[in-house]
Design a protein around this ligand. Sequence first.
Ligand code: GLU
Ligand code: ZN
Length: 300
Amino acid sequence: MSSEQIAYRGRFAPSPTGPLHFGSLYTAVASFLQARSVGGKWLVRIDDLDPLRCKQVYSTHILKTLEQFGLTWDETIFYQSTRHLAYKTALAELKKDNFLYRCSCSRKELTERRIPNGIYDQHCLNSAAQNIQPHALRIKLPVDRLIFNDQIQGDVKQYLKKDVGDFIVFRKDHVAAYHLAVALDDHEQKITDVLRGYDLLASTPRQIMLQQILGLHTPNYAHIPVISNVEGAKLSKQTFADDVSLSPVKQTLISILAYLNLNPIEGLLDGSVSDILSWGIKHWSLNNIKRQPSILFHSN
Ligand code: GLU
Ligand code: ZN
C-alpha cells in the first residue's frame, strides 16, 4: 500500500433492539469480508441512540453472537449512547449557521394536513409558534439535488427537497436523529467505507448533505441487497426473523457465503469457523454482488 492511500476502515453498526437475525448477520459478514480482504480494519458500533427501543442486554447478546460467528472486531466498541455531547455540539454549529428551525408539529397535526408523501410542509419555518415546547429541530435543506456513486448500485440521485423534505435532526424527546449521529460517528471513527443494506440507500444523500455542511468527510458507500421474505419485506426484528445465535454456526456462515454469491465449495463444512471465514475472505469480491434491492430468503 502506498503511503498516500488511506487504510480501509469499515464498520458494522447494529441497533440493539433485539437479537441479531440472519439478515443482519449477513450484512455483518459482508462488511467483515470486504474489510479483511483488503487488510483493513473492521469496527463495531452500537447504534443505541433510542433509549426506549435499545437495550443493553441486546448489545451484549449481539456482540456475543458476532464472536460466536468468528467476526472479531478491531479497536474498542463505540456506543452512540455516549455521544450526546458531540451531537449537541454539532447542533449548535448548525444552529449558528442558520440551518435549523424548531418544529412543534404533532404527529396528529401532520396527518391532518395530509402532507403528500410525508414530505414536511415547512409549516414551522416561519411560524410564530416556534417557541412552543416540546419541539424537534429540523434542517432547512440547503441543497436539492444530491448525487453519489454507490460501489454496488451505481450512480444514485436524489432530490432532497421533493423526495425527503426538511428532516428532523434532533427529536422532541431530546434524542439526536439517526442521520446526524451516523454522519458524526462515521467521521469520528474515521470510517473510509460503509457497506450496509440497500434499505439505507435512500438515507445516504441526507447523511452526505450533513457531512458537507458540517465539514465532515464522506466515506465510500456500497449498499448490498437486503434479504427479504416472500412478501418482499426485509428480514428484520419486525418481521420476527429468528435469533441467529440459535442457528448452527458453520452451516449458517456457509449459507451466507452463498447469498453473497461466493459459491462455497463442498467440504467447507469440515473446516473450522475460522477456515470458513478465511475462505470467504480469499474469494470475496464486491463484483459478485448484484445491483438489486433485495434477494429472496429461502429457509434451509
Ligand atoms: N443502525 C442502523 C441499523 O441497524 C445501521 C446504521 C448504518 O449502517 O449506517 O439499521
Ligand atoms: Zn412543524
